[in-house]
Design a protein around this ligand. Structure first.
Ligand SMILES: Cc1ncc(COP(=O)(O)O)c(C=O)c1O
Length: 437
């Protein structure tokens, strides 16, 4: 197999400009700690922890060993009507990291599956309580909740929705919290809390007795790092509690240290009813997601069911043994190296470094929290996204992987990044901006 795919390659790449890629392929074939390596052996600094998922850095030996050992011990063990010890152990360990009382864990294989699972559990819960009229789901504009039909329906990205028809019925959306009138805010904005009142309005519009759940990313990542205004999540929590609506945090990006805490719920001091996770759960070394559920929600569904299976839901690979082994080794590694604490300690240095790009060419806004930053560029007339794509290509050629969404550069490095590497990442980005029209 050649290192460069030919123009007729069979691989249909996800979320990729295929024609541009084939004209100018960028290939990676190895990874270790903070770097990827191209097939030619060129090192590329990972500015985005893969896809916001390799929080402990690449190819960490304790995780690699755990997966190798498990593959030799038992390649697959089912979880329908039989169990295996690692699944129970990982669920316990995860429950310990979650805010109380979210201590029931349902395993999935991805963030998208976690979202669809959480939405289904919310619907099943209301039905189990005899409140089955609560079927409406509320998401948010610019929300990204993966690519399943549920997640796309509650998601708020037009390009992800438009090709796929009517999606789920009975879905509505809050406005996004983004406020371009106040650029260059460090950390949580002090304004914009009132956007939470959208929820009150939608509940009044549709009737509380029709609304099952609200799902938000506590910090919206994929649409360009939108940091929640101070008080906003607290207000959503109050409104949900008052109206008996479940609050789901999609923490696929924010869980496992990204914001310097085990979860965004812990960072912001706001406890939702369900938390969706994936990515950093296994340090991305094996696909796995999970949903943490309030214990009484679980108990209600289980106790209301007729004898037999209580929740008709699950995946062949729920609690896959290789993923469980990777998950346990990952949680050990996070604890051993105190990586969540490290992210917290690095946050002021990170903030200073990314806001140092304020005067770089084309930059119109910078947002940050934890070890995340969004650097928004002015778009070229009539060509949204083109400028950021050029910056992405230049940064890659200079040895740095960044992520772009529209004309926003998103940075979210592994939590093991050094201060020098933060400087290198921002320096290379500034250099790429400087030579981009
Ligand atoms: C907040 C959020 N939810 C869900 C997903 C989907 O996860 P996956 O790609 O693992 O299905 C993502 C992926 O980036 C995400 O950021």
């Amino acid at each position: 197999m050649s290192n460069t795919p030919d123009a007729n390659a069979a691989f249909w790449m996800p979320f990729t400009n295929t024609r541009a890629f084939r004209a100018q392929p960028r290939m990676l074939s190895a990874a270790r700690d903070m770097h990827y390596f191209t097939p030619e052996g060129r090192a590329v600094l990972d500015g985005v922890a893969g896809l916001w998922c390799v929080n402990a850095g690449h190819c960490r030996s304790s995780i690699v060993d755990a997966i190798q050992r498990q593959a030799a011990e038992a390649d697959f063990l089912p979880s329908f009507q039989v169990g295996h010890p690692l699944a129970f152990e990982l669920a316990e360990r995860l429950a310990e990291l979650m805010p109380r009382p979210l201590d029931r864990i349902f395993f999935t294989n991805s963030g998208s599956e976690s979202v669809d699972t959480a939405l289904k559990i919310a619907l099943a819960y209301h039905r189990a309580r005899g409140d089955g009229g609560r079927t409406r789901l509320i998401g948010r504009e610019r929300g990204y909740h993966g690519v399943g039909f549920g997640g796309v329906s509650v998601g708020g990205i037009g390009a992800n929705r438009r090709p796929y028809g009517p999606l789920l019925p009975g879905v509505d959306h809050l406005r996004s919290t983004h406020d371009p009138e106040h650029p260059f805010v460090r950390g949580q904005p002090r304004f914009g809390q009132d956007r939470a009142e959208d929820l009150e309005r939608l509940i009044a519009l549709h009737g509380a007795d029709t609304v099952a759940a609200v799902i938000v990313e506590p910090l919206a990542g994929s649409t360009g790092v939108l940091v929640p205004p101070l008080g906003y999540l607290e207000r959503l929590r109050e409104i949900c509690t008052r109206h008996g609506v479940l609050l789901i945090f999609d923490e696929v990006i924010t869980a496992f240290g990204r914001l310097g805490a085990p979860t965004a719920a812990a960072r912001f001091g706001v406890t939702p009813d369900l938390i969706c996770m994936a990515k950093g759960l296994t340090n991305a070394a094996a696909p796995m997601g999970a949903v943490a559920v309030r214990r009484d929600i679980h108990d209600t569904i289980v106790e209301a069911a007729a004898p037999g299976i209580e929740l008709f839901h699950g995946y062949t690979y729920s609690a896959h043994p290789l993923a469980c082994a990777a998950g346990l080794a990952t949680l050990d590694l996070y604890a051993r190296e105190d990586l969540f604490g490290r992210a917290k300690a690095l946050e002021p240095i990170w903030e200073e470094a990314v806001h140092g790009l304020r005067r770089a060419r084309h930059v119109i806004d910078i947002r940050n929290l934890g070890l995340v930053a969004g650097i928004e560029l002015a778009s070229r007339d009539g060509a949204p996204g083109a400028r950021a794509m050029d910056v992405f290509r230049r940064a890659f050629d200079a040895g740095v992987l960044i992520r772009i969404t529209g004309d926003i550069v998103a940075l979210s490095p592994p939590l093991i990044i050094s201060e020098d590497q933060i400087g290198e990442l921002c320096g290379q980005l500034a250099a790429a901006l400087e030579v981009t029209d």
